[in-house]
Ligand binder design. Sequence first.
Ligand code: GAP
Length: 457
Amino acid sequence: MAKPKPSFMDTIVSLCKRRGFVFQASEIYGGIGNTYDYGPLGVELLRRVREAWWNGVVVERSDVVGLDSAIIQNPKVWEVSGHVGGFSDPMVDCKKCKGRFRADKLEDAKCPEKPSKQPGQCDGELTEPRSFNLMFKTNVGPVEGSGSVAYLRPETAQGIFLNFLNVMNAGRLKPPFGIAQIGKSFRNEITPGNFVFRTREFEQAEMEFFVPPADYAQWFDHWKNARYEWYKQYGIDPAKLRLRDHEEDELAHYADRCGDVEYEYPFGWGELEGIAGRTDYDLKHHSEGSGTDLVYFDPQTKEKYTPFVIEPAGGINRMALTFLIDAYEEEQLEKDTRVVLHFHPEIAPITVGVFPLVKKDGMPEKAREIEGELRRARMATFYDEKGAIGRRYRRQDEVGTPFCVTVDGDTLSDGVVTVRERDSMEQTTVKVADLRAYLEGAMRTWKRPERVAPAGA
Ligand code: GAP
């Protein structure tokens, strides 16, 4: 009997493991739920996504600065922010199998004993919903006890609010301005994770944009559109992207409005990034909680006010997963199928593969020399001399390397190499002396290729 075709997500998970993007954490001990490690290509992919986000939100703007705040803060921060009281999911327990499930997501869960049924529709009876806080607790100092309890941050945002005055005063800033931060956050997620879409430990990219209250609505629209456009700029299929405004009953406890950038994943539409209007909720609460007045004071006009805040908040791991899924294609060629990731060149973990056509006649030495020059120009390269050249191209297609450079007899006699482009598979002869400029130009002018729908569509 023919084996059933794996689901699109299984194909992505298997590619990630085989090529060194993502591994299950603690794999040799049977793993640990909703937790993953990133291999050599995964690390590079995350680094690219992080850099692209930072470029879009900080480097390319004159009104946003950066911060790196602590993961463990004074526990009072989380009481005042509302996370101790409000950052929870309604959970039910099965009295038979003792499984615990999100009461509002039962349709996504499977009974551990009868996976074809959802909890409650099997033989097990469910308890009434109870609130389950998502924050991880730990202890600081040498003695465990209620006085030493601290939390791993569930969002990076609070570190920004705590440093509002420090950053504003140090930079002599005046609203509108933003403070951006990328860092790890932790949540004791219970629902099934869909690979790295939802994990217990993840990296957030958040920015708090502080504005005069009168300009709040206008800046909210600005950031919603800017963040939506950023995904298109980096090649995500616009047909699989949408902006969706939250209904009143979906809003987090601190927000009066929120727009999500959503992507159509193989498992349905899901939040990729949220752009929330947090009003003056956080600054006001921390002012009251700490006794420090977190306000902007204009020394010239003597005007004093609590800024309102717009917060674009995304997850670097979720963005990386989205880039992977969106880039994947099984392209039908005349004789076979090629697996290719059509990453934007600035997102691709490797930018250039460098190959000698054969392992003799001085070609490996010349290829190594060219590779070294590209590396020194800060291009991510990969040298490969094993196997037929066509197979080497295909191995790079599968990890999304946009360009491959082949050194052959003409390189040694005429100083030219062949550049093979991933998406079109076209080959161009380029002078070694012009190679770097050629590649940089091709990166700048890259366009998302017209292609058949990805395997998961
Ligand atoms: N400060 C606001 C905040 O934390 P959120 O919607 O809970 O808002 C923002 O999180 C983004 O962080 C999400 O859009 C998602 O990309 C990412 N994220 C949240 N929880 C996650 C998890 N458990 N695993 C991976 N990414 C997550």
